[in-house]
Design a protein around this ligand. Structure first.
Ligand SMILES: NC(=O)c1ccc[n+]([C@@H]2O[C@H](COP(=O)([O-])OP(=O)(O)OC[C@H]3O[C@@H](n4cnc5c(N)ncnc54)[C@H](O)[C@@H]3O)[C@@H](O)[C@H]2O)c1
Ligand SMILES: [Zn+2]
Length: 383
């Protein structure tokens, strides 16, 4: 039986594995398999990668509680692997050097070596930390990603960025390290807390508005299904987002040519909003609000018209995304601080403000050297 048929017969009947090639990275391309209730196919997929007997599953306390790591474990054990499970506390604080030291030490005690594979099962925290451990332990072991949050499925599991946080700054230590492959189960999104789901939609909407007209139209027409977390629709949405990101990453794997910046619609505003809110405003929500500010900025620069901004706002509201800052932030916000933070964002080029701005639905470009006075007007006028 060929692998594709075997995968289809192993997973639930409604599950169709969509197999898309990622990046044409020479010799390092890999596959993202997207289905519904398909986690039990992981044993078969990993069997393709030769000479591995030991596998470490890295997951977090919530994901383990929902049973996703157990399904993955059973599938791997049934496929003949010797499996060990490492569980970290759920939450961003686990993306730390302390977790890394603990995991490196445990790996050593377990006799994990370069023939072993690390399988991350969880959100972006587990994926980023797992990838970082895999990239660094024994100068690199292979790793496989099973993202279980919408944000991880459409964003963090694609592109090869792995790392940990410093107490002073997120994602400050890490590297680019591509996985062997990615397995995505859209049905796993059913158990996501609402806020995490909405945050993932913030990134989905970002892709649609700035890079993909077709995705934008699908989101516009399917607001109800999106709210219901329809697995079939989510498979399509996740596939589209992975295709868009992988296309851009394959053209700029190491963030050198400037192409990868196009993935950052709304993010210049978002990063500063997250900081001024002391990270009470979640990333995905900050991206949504930041994208609306970016659209208004584009309108002010004459790049899009008022209708464009209104259409974006309407879409955001229809799928449950915020289009403006929450009341409690509005009363305390300091616009000069936001502009100051934007100028010093690690992604700004030597202090020059740089924005990804839309030119029409599904298209955008990078605009530099915008007068901070204009940005302040955009921030103030709309609040
Ligand atoms: N590497 C990249 O390119 C990249 C891109 C974007 C974000 N990130 C990173 O990703 C992280 C955020 O990822 P995230 O939003 O997935 O956060 P997360 O990993 O903390 O997951 C969010 C919460 O959802 C829980 N969870 C996960 N899957 C679940 C499921 N199926 N059902 C119920 N609960 C579930 C988790 O336990 C956690 O409590 C940040 O650290 C960010 O820096 C990385
Ligand atoms: Zn983001």
């Amino acid at each position: 039986m060929v692998l594709k048929e075997a995968l289809d017969s192993e997973s639930n009947s409604e599950s169709i594995s969509l197999r898309i090639p990622l990046c044409d990275l020479v010799h390092r391309g890999y596959e993202i398999t997207i289905g519904s209730s398909n986690l039990n196919s992981v044993g078969l997929i990993i069997s393709r990668f030769n000479s591995c007997s030991r596998i470490v599953i890295l997951t977090d306390s919530n994901v383990q509680r929902y049973g996703y790591s157990s399904v993955v474990e059973s599938s791997l054990v049934n496929a003949g692997f010797d499996v060990h499970v490492e569980i970290i506390e759920a939450g961003e604080r686990s993306k730390s050097i302390e977790s890394a030291i603990k995991l490196w030490s445990n790996f050593l005690s377990l006799g994990i070596d370069r023939s072993s594979i690390l399988v991350s099962v969880g959100g972006g925290v587990v994926g980023d930390l797992g990838g970082f451990i895999a990239a660094t332990y024994a100068r690199g072991i292979r790793f496989f990603q099973i993202p279980t949050t919408l944000l991880a499925q459409v964003d963090s599991s694609v592109g090869g960025k792995v790392g940990i946080d410093l107490p002073q700054a997120k994602n400050m230590v890490g590297c680019f390290y591509q996985p062997l492959g990615v397995l995505i189960d859209s049905a796993s999104l059913k158990t996501l807390p609402d806020i995490e789901y909405i945050c993932g939609l913030g990134e989905v909407a970002k892709y649609a508005v700035s890079l993909d007209t077709e995705l934008f139209n699908v989101l516009e027409k399917n607001a109800e299904k999106i709210k219901l977390r329809d697995s079939e629709l989510l498979k399509y949405i996740v596939k589209r987002c992975c295709e868009i990101k992988s296309q851009i990453v394959s053209e700029d794997e190491f963030e050198k040519t400037g192409k990868r910046i196009l993935l950052n619609y709304g993010h210049t505003f978002a990063h500063s909003l997250e900081i001024v809110s002391d990270f009470k405003l979640f990333h995905g929500l900050a991206v949504a609000i930041g994208s609306i500010y970016a659209a208004r900025l584009a309108e002010r620069m004459g790049m899009v018209d008022k209708e464009f901004v209104e259409r974006q706002i309407k879409l955001y509201k229809s799928i449950g995304l915020p289009a403006e800052l929450p009341e409690e932030l509005l009363v305390t916000i300091n616009y000069d601080e936001i502009i100051n933070l934007m100028t010093h964002d690690k992604k700004s080029e030597s202090g020059n403000l740089r924005f990804v701005l839309p030119t029409q639905v599904g298209q955008c470009r990078v605009v530099k050297d915008i007068d901070p006075k204009i940005i302040k007007q955009v921030l103030c006028e709309n609040n």
